[in-house]
Design a binder for this molecule. Structure first.
Ligand SMILES: Nc1ncnc2c1ncn2[C@@H]1O[C@H](COP(=O)(O)OP(=O)(O)OP(=O)(O)O)[C@@H](O)[C@H]1O
Length: 307
């Protein structure tokens, strides 16, 4: 059963086409990730689905209600954590929660069980001003506020941006626990490594959804062998590889460079001797399994080349 559906939505801000005919569905109890760089259109999708913005064309439904006609009902049934957390900095932790509870006509006590695993870590700081919390703590408080009225669907716009690695990991564990309780989650992130945490993902670039599938199926779309190459001077390695006549793609990735060759019968020795003759001595080279990021870059290149 789908809890939300987006059909052929477009949205422009003046001349900027933020969303270009996008369609996807989120199933009940699913974590669906919208993955894309800054400006891809993620926030615009969230604003439309949480009824804060009307699409120019197309249709979107949340829990069976149209986002334009049924906006009142939708607002009471979903939880929304906008980017850059919507907390009142000059209210305390507890006051923030009480405020969000009262907006939805409920109380902290009534829904304590749902937020307890998250809120319990914040309780020692209940009298601290939200503005004085660390990024990870703010994130937990914002999630507690979005959950206070037991929503069926949670919208989380870049919840882990600017949050340390440990808090990010804990945050995803919390989302998995919420999923087990039947809550459906649409979450956006600019971090590719978080794609693996989702049941399905949509890759968004410049207002277009390039692919929608499970992280594994998206990775499987990578249609050639991939090599990780390392040498002392990574910058020089990239320059030399990009000039190689058989190079199909050359992308820096951590401390190595991901390389794929345009030929079916790639000759590793030939590339090694090319690198040697261009001043790259003793490069380390081994075949690797593509990451989501490799596939995403390839899909983006394809989109640009296909026009
Ligand atoms: N109110 C606005 N007026 C004009 N252009 C806008 C407005 N809001 C967004 N845009 C533009 O629309 C495009 C999509 O923006 P959107 O905020 O949806 O992307 P995003 O993926 O959420 O990126 P970010 O993480 O930077 O917010 C961008 O080019 C952005 O500059």
């Amino acid at each position: 059963m789908s809890v939300l559906s987006v059909q052929n939505i477009t949205k422009a801000y003046g001349a900027v086409k933020a969303l270009k005919d996008i369609s996807f569905e989120v199933q009940k109890g699913e974590i669906f990730g919208l993955i894309g760089p800054d400006g891809a259109g993620k926030t615009t999708v969230f604003r439309i689905l949480t009824t804060l913005l009307k699409p120019d064309s197309g249709k979107a439904e949340v829990l069976g209600k149209d986002v334009v006609l049924g906006y009142r009902k939708i607002r009471s049934e979903v939880g929304y954590m906008p980017g850059r957390f919507s907390l009142y900095q000059d209210l305390t932790v507890e006051e923030n929660l009480q405020f969000f509870a009262s907006v939805f006509g409920t109380t902290l006590d009534e829904n304590y069980d749902l937020i307890k695993p998250i809120y319990s870590q914040l309780e020692p700081f209940r009298d601290r001003l939200a503005g004085a919390l660390s990024g990870g703590m703010k994130q937990k408080l914002a999630l507690s506020c979005a959950l206070i009225h037991k929503p069926e669907v949670l919208f989380l716009d870049e919840p882990t941006t600017g949050v340390d690695a440990v808090s990010r990991k804990e945050f995803w564990e919390m989302l998995h626990r919420l999923r087990e309780q039947g809550i459906s989650i649409l979450v956006s992130t600019p971090y590719m490594d978080e794609a693996e945490q989702c049941d399905r993902i949509g890759l968004l670039q410049e207002g277009r959804l390039l692919s929608i599938d499970t992280p594994q199926a998206i990775t499987n779309q990578f249609d050639s062998d991939l090599w990780a190459i390392k040498s002392r001077d990574k910058y020089q390695l990239i320059q030399v590889l990009r000039k190689y006549e058989h190079a199909r793609s050359v992308q820096p990735f951590g401390d190595s460079v991901h390389y794929s060759d345009a030929r079916d019968d790639f000759d590793k020795e030939e590339l090694t001797s090319y690198l040697h003759s261009n001043g790259i001595n003793r490069p380390e080279m081994h075949r690797i399994t593509p990451h989501i990021e490799d596939t995403f870059i390839r899909l983006m290149e394809k989109e640009v080349n296909d026009g």
